[in-house]
Design a protein around this ligand. Structure first.
Ligand code: AMP
Length: 218
């Protein structure tokens, strides 16, 4: 049996990581691990982890590494060694990347590819302002300005939609700033490793997906 692809989806908030992860997961039969979805799941259940994460998330800050790293690595390492995965939203700072790198290397399952979705800041602000999330399956949906959201349901599972607290304008600006300062240094790290692929993410969902598939096949 061939081994599954080990992939990181990298990019700023609103770049389309969650949307592309859903598509790639289905096409390539990969396990999708989203750190943000995991925190929101705990937040919804009101667990101690969710309550701890909430204050950081609402501000647009990163949740501390001592909370984040163990739960994500536990999920990654529970995947069978020949199983592929998509990491979406992790790693997000040099320490997380370093710990992940060492853990995977110790198990001889290094990352195959890091896909960087590049999107302009104006497009990010535009997208996040109209982003609504499914209460159940967490799929992101784009709602046009002025469009009535009252009866909108999830395209995938039919559950209701909501707007994330951290998609409010102040938190969005903070998240973009945190991305620029704490997360973008990882691009150099992965480029040196020879696993970084740059994809222009300003296009439609389908177009971006085609660009990613072409890059993965080449
Ligand atoms: P996301 O859904 O990926 O935009 O993540 C939402 C929020 O969850 C982020 O703004 C952070 O507060 C938190 N978060 C998600 N992933 C991480 C991570 N790898 N490290 C620290 N905090 C994270």
């Amino acid at each position: 049996m061939t081994k599954g692809l080990r992939l990181v989806l990298f990019g700023p908030p609103g770049a389309g990581k969650g949307t592309q992860a859903q598509l790639l997961r289905e096409r390539l039969n990969l396990t999708h691990i989203s750190s943000g979805d995991l925190f929101r799941h705990h937040l919804g259940l009101g667990t101690p982890l969710g309550l701890r994460a909430k204050e950081y998330m609402n501000r647009g800050d990163l949740v501390p590494d001592e909370v984040t790293i163990d739960i994500i690595l536990e999920k990654v390492m529970s995947i069978p060694s020949d199983g592929g995965f998509i990491l979406d939203g992790f790693p997000r700072n040099p320490n997380q990347a370093d710990v992940l790198d060492k853990k995977l290397a110790a198990d001889s399952r290094d990352l195959d590819v890091v896909v960087h979705l590049k999107v302009s800041e104006s497009e990010l602000l535009n997208r996040l302002g109209g982003r609504y999330i499914c209460r159940d399956c967490q799929s992101p949906h784009s709602i046009g300005e002025g469009e009535d959201t009252t009866d909108k349901k999830c395209d995938r599972c039919g559950a209701g939609l909501y707007q994330r607290d951290d998609d409010a304008p102040a938190a969005v600006m903070k998240r973009i700033e945190v991305y620029n300062e704490e997360t973008t240094p990882l691009l150099g790290f992965y480029q040196q490793r020879g696993v970084l692929v740059e994809i222009p993410g300003d296009h439609s969902v389908d177009r971006v997906n085609k660009l990613i598939m072409t890059a993965l096949n080449s």
